[in-house]
Design a binder for this molecule. Structure first.
Ligand code: PEP
Length: 241
């Protein structure tokens, strides 16, 4: 059986104290799952150093869609690779919503990652209004469409995975239902190919992680709030098998 992926997304949270607490605790166990933590840029090197003797991977939460150059405030894929980062989340709904990232910009970011050999975690998800209007599937298909261009150039399932994160389930305590998750993961796998891992994200906790990861087509979870709590996050990692 393929290993599940558990990826923590700290968002704009954290401190050196939190790194010591969460990373130490999570590293105290070993897991059947592949566990990664995506931390804010300033902490990447600290976490990388702390994880040096562990199997856990360290990731970033975004990347510039441009190569190195005159783009003040941006961080390039090459820089992330250079400091030992292993994976990068792109297209998180908060990036799309607050920073205006388009589906095309997300695909450009993924292209930069692939050029330097970083693994991408591409987030897709519909809003509640889109779901209520019966447009959830169309929204996900639109978000996946630019990825097909990259796949036509030879980018395969070893280079990126998709995280299905319904926007209405993020940080709300209301995870999607088993039926909703199974249907959307099925759609994504039919669109990209069954070899691509599809993770679920949205109010995953230690208490619901096993049930969510048992749904056919769920290859792991992307965890926001609960990844900041060492006990919750290690519980989720254990629940992954
Ligand atoms: C996220 O932001 O990617 C996320 C899934 O958040 P939460 O787990 O807090 O719902």
């Amino acid at each position: 059986m393929q290993r599940k992926r558990v990826i923590g997304n700290w968002k704009m949270n954290g401190s050196r104290g939190l790194i010591a607490d969460v990373i130490d605790r999570v590293c105290a166990d070993s897991y059947a799952a592949e566990v990664s933590v995506c931390v804010p840029f300033p902490y990447l090197a600290d976490v990388r150093n702390q994880l040096a003797r562990h199997e856990l991977k360290v990731g970033a939460q975004s990347v510039s869609e441009y190569d190195d150059g005159a783009y003040t405030g941006e961080v390039s894929a090459r820089m992330l690779k250079d400091i030992g980062c292993e994976l990068v989340i792109v297209g998180h709904s908060e990036r799309r919503r607050y920073f205006g990232e388009s589906d095309v910009a997300v695909a450009n970011k993924l292209a930069r990652l692939l050029e330097v050999g970083l693994f991408g975690v591409v987030c897709v998800g519909e809003t509640l209004a889109e779901r209520d209007a019966g447009k959830a599937e169309a929204r996900i298909e639109a978000q996946l469409a630019p990825l097909h261009g990259l796949m036509a150039k030879g980018c395969d399932a070893s280079k990126f995975c998709v995280a299905y994160e319904p926007v209405w389930a993020i940080g709300t305590g209301r995870a999607a239902s088993v039926e909703q998750v199974a249907a959307m993961h099925g759609l994504i796998k039919r669109s990209l190919g069954s070899a691509f891992d599809v993770l679920y994200g949205g109010s995953v906790k230690a208490g619901n992680a096993a049930e969510l990861m048992a749904i056919p087509g769920v290859d792991g979870v992307l965890v926001g709030g609960a990844s900041l709590d060492s006990k919750e996050f290690s519980g989720i990692c254990r629940a992954a098998g």
